[in-house]
Write a protein that binds this ligand. Structure first.
Ligand code: HEM
Length: 222
């Protein structure tokens, strides 16, 4: 029996399932991050503290890391395999799904997001978990002042703001094809679904791209 991890539909399935999981994570992450722009930071700090201490989130975190590893590993594998099999670049026939710029550049966009992610995790995740972050007390509850960490980075280093905007644009473009493609792999590929998914993919990609970009712009302007 062909192993699911080696068959080509198996690889596409893993890409789409891990992709949908990462897309859900991004929605939650963006919702919490948008609180950075509300009030003096208490709402964001409390939400980040809840996410950092909630047992359910603690279970999901390693799954998220595994999701990223699988998604990146299979993307690299499929891209290398396609390059070996297809020395001539994609054609753009009406029946070929690979017609848009993001669709043709999914791997390079993914690589850009990966580089962004390494810098991003070093900026925040690593410092919060393994470094020292100042604490703040609300009532009788103390927690790390992640608001101060994030706002400090964007206010003091404008080029980090630029980097985060570039990362968000790459992410938006990657998702404009990835969203649609993930659901198509799961069987939603009738003519009716393709149009709906295309529209939903653009809405989702614009929401994520502009949502994440707005945060450094907010700290730059206010
Ligand atoms: C303005 C944009 C963003 C801000 C301000 C931001 C902020 C943060 C902060 C403060 C943390 C640490 C949370 C903690 O450990 O308590 C974090 C973690 C993380 N971020 Fe972001 N983030 C942004 C964009 C992104 C984007 C675009 C991605 C994905 C491509 C991403 C992926 C992650 C991941 C995977 C983690 C580690 C898991 C976690 O702690 O939730 N972030 N982010």
């Amino acid at each position: 029996m062909t192993n699911i991890f080696n068959s080509s539909i198996g690889k596409k399935l893993i890409m789409s399932i891990t992709g949908i999981f990462l897309m859900l994570f991004l929605l939650v992450h963006l919702t919490v991050n948008l609180m950075l722009m509300v009030g003096d930071g208490e709402l964001f700090n409390r939400a980040a503290h809840f996410m950092g201490t909630n047992p359910a989130v603690k279970v999901i975190e390693p799954l998220l890391a595994i999701g990223f590893v699988f998604h990146i590993f299979y993307a690299t594998y499929i891209t290398l395999q396609n390059q070996r099999r297809r020395p001539i670049r994609y054609s753009t026939s009406a029946f070929n799904e690979v017609t848009t710029w993001p669709a043709k550049n999914m791997y390079i966009l993914g690589l850009t997001i990966f580089i962004f992610l390494i810098i991003h995790l070093t900026n925040f995740f690593w410092k919060i978990r393994f470094g020292t972050v100042e604490t703040i007390t609300y009532g009788n509850e103390s927690m790390p002042n992640i608001y101060a960490l994030v706002s400090g980075l964007f206010i003091n280093y404008w080029w980090y703001g630029v980097l985060y905007i570039v990362g968000a644009i790459a992410l938006g473009l990657h998702l404009s094809h990835g969203f649609w493609s993930a659901f198509q792999t799961l069987g939603m590929n009738g003519t009716k679904w393709i149009k709906r998914l295309e529209t939903l993919a653009y809405i989702y990609a614009i929401l994520i791209g502009t949502g994440f970009s707005m945060i450094p712009i907010y700290f730059f302007l206010f």
